[in-house]
Design a protein. Structure first.
Length: 174
């Protein structure tokens, strides 16, 4: 495992797990959201986003997390392992709600863009909570079909946080 992608629906814990994998295996970590979001929640133009991602995966070792379909072809063709966090909806929703609320309260600065979550964003039209809820079933259904298009990649499907905890504890042990 040298080029690892962590996928899952919004709020599933992709970044947390990717950081743990990177630390265990002593690999560099890159969060796709960091490459995608500019200041004031402006998306990076597609050509620039794809260039940023290409640069991030140029080396032979990395851990990257995110689900951006517009760069999937770049990442998944280079990956040797995909870790899929396929958790129950209640787990995902609990995580995304508590994470978003914590970020609103602490005014945590996100990524290099320095964006912050707000109550308006939490409950507004672009709410990550609403996004996680409304895209959950579609992502759950489409992910196996997408993974089947990349048979050269090892897939590790984790369906419960306890399973993930056991897996990460064993990762990197000789």
């Amino acid at each position: 495992m040298n080029r690892i992608v962590v996928i899952g629906t919004s709020g599933s814990g992709k970044t947390t797990l990717a950081k743990q994998i990177a630390a265990r295996l002593q690999l560099p970590h890159q969060e796709l959201d960091d490459l995608h979001w500019n200041a004031d929640w402006q998306e990076t133009p597609l050509s620039e986003f794809r260039e940023r991602v290409s640069e991030a995966i140029r080396s032979d070792q990395w851990v990257i997390d995110g689900n951006y379909s517009k760069v999937r072809d770049l990442i998944w063709t280079r990956a040797d392992t995909i870790v899929w966090l396929d958790y129950a909806r209640w787990v995902v929703m609990w995580r995304v709600i508590t994470r978003t609320l914590r970020r609103v309260i602490t005014r945590e600065s996100l990524w290099r863009s320095g964006n912050v979550e707000t109550l308006e964003k939490m409950f507004g039209r672009d709410s990550v909570i609403v996004w996680a809820w409304t895209t959950y079933e579609r992502r759950k259904g489409e992910t196996p079909r997408l993974l089947a298009q990349y048979p050269q990649v090892r897939v590790i499907r984790l369906t419960h946080p306890d399973e993930t905890k056991r897996w990460i504890e064993e990762l990197g042990k000789v």
